[in-house]
Write a protein of this length. Structure first.
Length: 96
């Protein structure tokens, strides 16, 4: 079952955020993950949304998400991520 990670992001330090973003793709490759979308909020069409940026990453399955998120390579970036931005990461599963 395909799984997605959606990150809702509010950038605190653009320089550190750029460094973090540049280093994440190498952590995704071993897990067969694909960066689907990286974007900055243009317009909130309905309701409220406090974050400025969004990322969507596709994984082959939930086990790959867990493996990536818990991997030493990704965990090494978590302190930089915390300094760079407030990030909410959510895993979604789909059968499509």
């Amino acid at each position: 079952m395909t799984a997605f990670v959606i990150g809702q992001i509010t950038v605190k330090d653009p320089g550190k955020w750029a460094e973090y973003r540049s280093r994440v793709p190498e952590t995704l490759a071993p897990w067969g993950a694909e960066l689907v979308l990286r974007g900055t909020r243009a317009t909130v069409l309905s309701g409220q949304h406090p974050h400025t940026d969004t990322v969507v990453i596709r994984f082959p399955d939930s086990e790959s998400v867990a493996g990536w998120h818990n991997s030493p390579a990704y965990q090494a970036l978590v302190p930089l991520r915390s300094e760079a931005a407030d990030v909410d990461l959510i895993r979604y599963e789909t059968d499509a």
